[in-house]
Design a protein around this ligand. Structure first.
Ligand code: NCD
Length: 310
């Protein structure tokens, strides 16, 4: 199964089957039990982190993961200081880094499909760290891993996904990954930010039960997982549309009064005002543990893709 990952691109969460995800998650469990077991596993390999969009967690976890594995790290976290600001194309940037002996690319870009495009150019694996509003597959893997860790399973759970489902790439990738499991999904969003038709269509084809709601209180009592997302201000074309939806949802203690005691709240972070800090101290909150899981998950993924572990 590890062989399925070797040398491949990680562009879309759609590309991974349940058994492959499970294999990955078991390896992350092992790493969490035996910290340091992958120390230096990819010694000498070179990764280029090309982040054309802002990032905190994703950039740092990929960077720390690579260093823990003994890799050399190149690239940038702010394209403003590079020749991109002079108009250099993504094509040329990739070709150039390949010339420096890059073994793997991790790319975040505001353009949808940028990672797929990069994967076509590069001869080495490309990992999508977020492309516009389309996908963020390693976040989805982290999210699923966190759900599995919280409940010991994913099958049978009722999952609510709330916020900006139209422009938020973590929501689409999570949905694709969840479609491998027997789950019931509720999409909770204002009409204008509801899940995109292509994502819904994919779910229908997979036979996953999903419904759309506009109000959290209609569904909160039945949920096992509530996945909260930020309204993607920078991706909403018309600022007046943003003003219309901003502050529409705030998950706070009042909004959670009918929640099951076992409910777990996840959020890819960063949060703005959609998730109150008052929730942090409750047993519902899993988002900081979730963020931390991104590190071992990305370490294992690197070793799988670059073939450091047999
Ligand atoms: C998300 C992203 O960049 O898509 N952040 C992350 O990687 N954890 C979520 C967001 O920006 O809202």
């Amino acid at each position: 199964m590890i062989a399925d990952f070797k040398g491949r691109d990680v562009v879309s969460a759609k590309d991974f089957k349940r058994a492959q995800l499970e294999e990955l998650f078991r390896a992350v469990d092992d790493l969490e039990k035996h910290h340091g077991s992958l120390e230096g596993a990819l010694k000498g390999k070179l990764v280029a982190l090309l982040f054309f969009e802002p990032s905190t967690r994703t950039y740092s976890t990929f960077q720390i993961a690579a260093r823990n594995l003994g890799m050399k790290v190149s690239g940038f976290s702010d394209a403003g200081g590079t020749s991109v600001s002079k108009g250099e194309t993504l094509h040329d940037t990739i070709r150039m880094f390949e010339g420096y002996g890059t073994d793997c690319f991790v790319i975040r870009h505001k353009r949808m499909g940028a990672a797929r495009f990069a994967a076509k150019i590069a001869d080495v694996p490309v990992i999508n760290a977020g492309d516009g509003s389309r996908e963020h597959p390693t976040q989805a893997m982290t999210d699923l891993y966190s759900i599995r860790k919280a409940f010991g399973r994913i099958d049978g759970l009722k999952v609510g996904i709330l916020g900006d489902l139209r422009y938020g790439r973590t929501a689409s990738s999570l949905v694709y990954a969840l479609s491998n499991y027997d789950v019931e999904i509720s999409f909770i969003a204002p009409e204008s930010l509801q899940i995109r038709p292509e994502v819904e269509h994919f779910l229908n084809e997979r036979g996953v039960t999903a419904k759309k709601e506009t109000e959290l209180d209609k569904v909160i009592g039945g949920l096992d997982v509530l996945y909260v997302t930020r309204i993607q201000k920078e991706r909403i074309p018309d600022p007046t549309d943003f003003e219309r939806v901003r502050g529409k949802y705030e998950v706070n203690l009042e909004a959670l009064k009918d929640a099951k005691p076992s409910l777990k709240i996840l959020h890819p972070l960063p949060r703005v005002d959609e998730l109150s800090p008052d929730v942090d101290a409750t047993n519902y909150a899993r988002y900081f543990t979730q963020a931390a899981a991104g590190l071992p998950l990305r370490m294992v993924l690197f070793t799988y893709v670059l073939g450091g572990v047999s």
